[in-house]
Design a protein around this ligand. Structure first.
Ligand code: GZL
Length: 331
């Protein structure tokens, strides 16, 4: 009898734990499906949540802030246990994120941080260092031109900016200009948003090419816009990667393919695979752990055609040859 009772109690405890773990409901307010980066970010996080047996409530805002506000309010009404949130733009979140705090739902800030992050409660923040990614784009370009024997040449640069008002765009542009403003050979002759999409990147690059005969460098704030621009450059009868040096950001697989094909020169990494950091944090919170405020950044590198070009301020970190690592890339 005693043995039977012991087994029965053990079974109840195990079922209780399993039920408790699968009882976690995670609300994920995602920006949209604008780029390969976003798709990788979404797929990675959603698959990891479901692999834990947790319940996922996913919302795709189609890059509209009003849809994200609605989604966050729905999460509150549904009483989810955790909220994962990436704001499509930086501003306009104060009111709804305070409502999340008042509902006492633990909030994860991911990817693009809201400008009110110092005024709200959140359990953890994780995302790219966009300022440094922008600096790396510009530093790599200056060092690449020097390596090509073009250090003394007057260079015309065009910039495809990301979504207007998005931290990833604002800060990458800031990082790029911080580096370009320290030298006088590379001059920005045009800069415009391509909204992080391939189609809009192509359209804006077409307009740049119509307006400027002498573009030497394209800095695209994500790879999707760079890939769209490659199509525009070819249509204009120019050779991408040669007539115009093309530097992207994100390091998605399609960019590696373009670099190996010789049509793109460089991509600065922005890792979209957040689940390996976020899932353990949720488990930690379930066990009563707490995390420091402030954004945790993933490791990020730079990949290019031939490798060996410095991209940090000290000139010690060297870009990696894309062909050497393309087969191990996960997104
Ligand atoms: C960066 C992310 C940006 C990517 C784009 O963390 O916010 O949004 O660089 C994506 O590809 O659209």
């Amino acid at each position: 009898m005693k043995k039977f009772l012991t087994i029965a109690i053990a079974l109840v405890l195990v079922i209780g734990c399993v039920a408790n773990a699968s009882a976690i409901t995670v609300g994920f307010s995602q920006v949209g499906q604008e780029s390969d980066w976003r798709t990788a970010n979404t797929d990675d996080m959603c698959a990891a949540i479901e692999a834990e047996g947790w319940t996922l409530v996913y919302d795709d805002a189609q890059q509209k802030q009003e849809n994200q506000v609605k989604a966050l309010r729905n999460f509150i009404t549904q009483g989810v246990d955790y909220i994962l949130f990436t704001g499509v733009v930086t501003t306009g979140w104060d009111e709804v994120l305070k409502e999340v705090n008042e509902a006492e739902i633990p909030l994860f800030l991911l990817d693009r941080m809201p400008d009110c992050m110092d005024e709200i409660d959140y359990v953890a923040a994780f995302g790219g260092d966009f300022l440094e990614e922008g600096r790396r784009m510009a530093r790599w370009t200056i060092n690449y031109l020097a390596a090509q024997g073009r250090a003394d040449e007057e260079i015309n640069v065009v910039i495809l900016e990301g979504t207007t008002g998005a931290a990833a765009a604002t800060d990458r542009t800031k990082g790029i200009m911080e580096v370009l403003d320290k030298q006088d050979k590379l001059k920005v002759i045009a800069s415009q948003t391509g909204n992080f999409t391939r189609a809009e990147g192509q359209a804006v690059m077409e307009s740049f090419l119509k307006a400027h005969e002498d573009i030497d460098v394209l800095l695209a704030e994500n790879d999707d816009m760079a890939l769209g621009a490659i199509d525009a450059i070819k249509a204009a009868g120019k050779v991408p990667g040669k007539d115009i040096i093309i530097v992207g950001c994100d390091s998605v697989k399609a960019a590696f393919d373009a670099i190996v094909a010789g049509e793109m020169n460089c991509t600065v990494e922005c890792n979209p695979l957040y689940s390996s950091a976020v899932i353990p944090m949720i488990k930690g919170l379930e066990e009563g752990k707490t995390y420091e405020k402030g954004v945790v950044h993933p490791e990020e590198g730079v990949f290019c055609m031939d490798g060996g070009i410095p991209y940090d301020e000290a000139g010690e970190l060297l870009s990696v040859k894309a062909a050497d690592v393309i087969d191990e890339r996960k997104y």
